[in-house]
Design a protein around this ligand. Structure first.
Ligand SMILES: Nc1nc2c(c(=O)[nH]1)N[C@H]1C(S)=C(S)[C@@H](COP(=O)(O)OP(=O)(O)OC[C@H]3O[C@@H](n4cnc5c(=O)[nH]c(N)nc54)[C@H](O)[C@@H]3O)O[C@H]1N2
Ligand SMILES: Nc1nc2c(c(=O)[nH]1)N[C@H]1C(S)=C(S)[C@@H](COP(=O)(O)OP(=O)(O)OC[C@H]3O[C@@H](n4cnc5c(=O)[nH]c(N)nc54)[C@H](O)[C@@H]3O)O[C@H]1N2
Ligand code: SF4
Ligand SMILES: [Mo]
Length: 567
């Protein structure tokens, strides 16, 4: 396994697969536990990608040297505080971190928070002080897996493949593929997971399922249980949309079984996302899922946990990523992101980009490039060395192939080294030394939670209280054949047939944040009161809030109610 034939899938996905070149063909590694010899349709899409191979300035092809000269001159001319460095997650290799060190030293404004898992991560951290998943073996050895707000078989197909013979319970407003394979699907109303967690805790008590030992060594369990008791059980049926019969069935399925919960983004795309996920984690703690040899609770773990941050650069000059106002900056540097599609409130993003000098550093021409003055082509994952850590499990993938002969593109490490030199900053640690560090380090990923703190107080503004009968909840989720905004477009709005619309209807959809036109596609897997948009939808973010959650500067895509009318 030491020859230079290893490829790490760079895509933003729980699985972090390892590929290998065997007889000139790229195949999934059989030795890598989660990859298990298979790759997926998105990896195939990536191999077929039309990669950018020329730098461009105001629409015209230019040489890479010329582009780098323009970049340096622009940065030298502009006060650093009038520039912003915005990084996305188009490639999750550790070497993507290099440019941030330059932009920090130079003094650019950076971003803080997340468009992804931040609110949930903050909630878990409040209770456990760390966000580490248990070993993947714990999942493999469990009997029942509760899939809570995660499209498990689609967004982590390899993790799913390891456990596909288990009994599943799914908690999701959409009848996802995994919901169809589940013994029980609790099709709850969006943003009611905290209430369902309290209801389940109440039942767990009645069923004598509390873990007295864990509770004794934790803090706040009494307060949490008081919260669970604070409302009559039947009142939850109406608000969550989950029947008490289903709750009874839930306990029949998990009783005396080894249980895991895999949580996803769905539960936390709300202003109080941190509190909501903490309510679920507290329920899990109450029934004793933490700190066991089998089972546990999974989320998007922090992939860097236990590793040194080789590119750590400290800056206090940061703005919350869901609220970035590009119009405030003379120069905007975007790396590996497509904010025109993926950031909340597209209208404001586009207006902002039109007012600034935009530099795009990426591997493909995407929607954001339409507003870019300067485009710098990045070497692709097949051309630069890297290491890919995972937020789904503890395994990593190594990328040890590179192409040093490429002269028209530049890697993230090379660009940072070049800029550091031009500005007289200290050089970075050697590329090989950084790669070796991440390749060879086996971090201590102790998942044992000490001093767990239960959720003691819950203050959530319920969307169901605001919602008018004719309004719909907004849901935006991932789809099988696209990876965020990459590899395809789907501009449909998916509605239940009870909505009264027909497939093919053109509709104007509005929220308090914005509006856009969509084509209706009827799908009875969508709950009656929901409207679903996939993440490859170019217009969904016209409807989403330009606002962060209450804890972690994280995006709150689902904090919106929609009205729909025929065009
Ligand atoms: N094929 C594919 N795989 C991917 C990606 C991709 O684009 N395509 N993207 C990758 C990335 S960046 C990430 S972050 C992960 C995310 O992967 P997941 O964690 O699976 O996240 P989502 O698909 O955003 O949402 C998961 C589910 O939450 C449900 N949901 C929405 N609102 C609620 C709610 O209020 N309560 C509950 N219980 N459920 C709700 C949605 O219906 C959806 O089925 O996937 C990664 N993997
Ligand atoms: N409506 C809606 N919006 C969402 C979501 C949703 O579910 N619905 N999901 C949110 C989530 S979870 C996430 S993580 C974000 C993701 O949002 P983004 O970070 O914007 O990710 P992508 O859409 O994958 O775009 C990544 C771009 O990275 C570039 N790229 C790929 N490889 C490399 C490389 O090696 N180097 C460089 N320099 N560039 C590269 C490609 O040009 C690609 O266009 O979107 C968020 N936005
Ligand atoms: S499952 Fe995820 S990590 Fe694996 S090849 Fe597909 S996109 Fe890459
Ligand atoms: Mo994400």
């Amino acid at each position: 396994m030491n020859s230079n034939n290893q490829i790490a899938c760079p895509l933003d996905c729980y699985d972090a697969c390892q590929a290998q070149i065997i007889d000139g063909k790229i195949k999934g590694s059989k030795e890598h536990f989660t990859t298990n010899g298979k790759l997926c349709v998105n990896f195939a899409n990536l191999l077929n990608e039309d990669f950018l191979d020329t730098a461009k300035f105001q629409g015209k092809d230019i040489s890479l040297d010329n582009a780098l000269d323009i970049l340096v001159e622009k940065l030298k001319q502009t006060p650093a505080n009038d520039t912003i460095y915005y990084k996305g997650s188009g490639n999750l290799g550790v070497m993507q971190g290099a440019p941030k060190t330059f932009f920090t030293r130079y003094g650019s404004v950076l971003t803080k928070g997340s468009l992804c898992d931040g609110a949930g991560g903050a909630g878990l951290e409040m209770g456990r002080k760390k966000v580490v998943n248990p070993p993947i073996e714990n999942l493999k050895n469990s009997d029942v897996i509760i899939v809570w707000g995660r499209n498990f078989s689609i967004t982590s197909p390899h993790m799913y493949n390891l456990v596909k013979d288990k009994t599943f319970i799914t908690i999701d407003p959409i009848k996802t593929e995994i919901a169809k394979k589940s013994e029980l699907h609790m099709q709850l109303n969006p943003k009611t997971d905290h209430e369902l967690a309290l209801l389940l805790t109440r039942f767990a008590y009645m069923e004598d399922l509390e873990d007295e030992e864990f509770i004794k060594n934790s803090q706040g369990a009494d307060w949490f249980f008081d919260l669970a008791k604070s409302r009559p059980v039947v009142s939850y049926e109406q608000t969550t949309g989950v029947s008490l019969t289903d709750v009874t069935k839930f306990f029949e399925i998990i009783k005396d079984k080894k249980v895991s919960i895999v949580m996803g983004l769905g539960v936390q795309k709300y202003y109080e996302g941190a509190q909501i996920i903490r309510a679920i984690d507290s329920f899990a703690a109450y029934i004793g899922l933490h700190n066991k040899d089998v089972g546990g609770v999974w989320y998007l773990g922090s992939s860097m946990y236990g590793y040194e941050k080789k590119f750590d650069a400290v800056s206090n000059n940061k703005v919350a990523i869901p609220e970035v106002d590009f119009s405030k900056y003379k120069v905007v540097f975007i790396q590996g992101a497509n904010p025109v599609v993926t950031a909340p409130n597209t209208k404001k993003i586009v207006e902002g980009l039109k007012k600034s000098f935009v530099i795009y550093f990426g591997t493909t021409i995407n929607d954001t490039c339409e507003y870019a003055d300067l485009i710098i082509p990045a070497k692709t994952f097949l051309e630069k060395k890297d290491v890919r850590l995972s937020y789904g499990h503890e395994l990593k993938a190594i990328n040890n192939i590179e192409d040093k002969n490429i002269k028209n593109k530049i890697s993230e490490y090379e660009l940072s080294s070049y800029l550091n030199e031009c500005f007289g900053f200290e050089p970075l640690e050697g590329e090989d030394s950084i790669i070796e560090y991440y390749t060879n380090t086996k971090p201590d990923r102790d998942h044992i939670i000490e001093d767990f703190e239960f959720l003691e107080d819950l203050e959530v503004e319920n969307l169901y209280e605001e919602k008018e009968d004719e309004e719909f909840y907004l849901i935006t989720a991932k789809s099988k054949k696209t990876l965020n905004s990459q590899f395809g477009t789907d501009n449909n709005i998916y509605l239940n047939s009870s909505s009264g619309y027909k497939t093919g209807d053109e509709v104007l959809v509005a929220s308090e944040h914005g509006e856009a036109k969509f084509t209706v596609c009827l799908d009875d897997n969508v709950k009656e009161n929901c409207a679903l948009f996939y993440s490859s939808n170019k217009k969904a973010n016209y409807l989403t809030p330009f606002k962060s959650d209450e804890e972690a500067h994280s995006a709150i895509y689902h904090e919106a109610l929609l009205t729909i009318e025929l065009c």
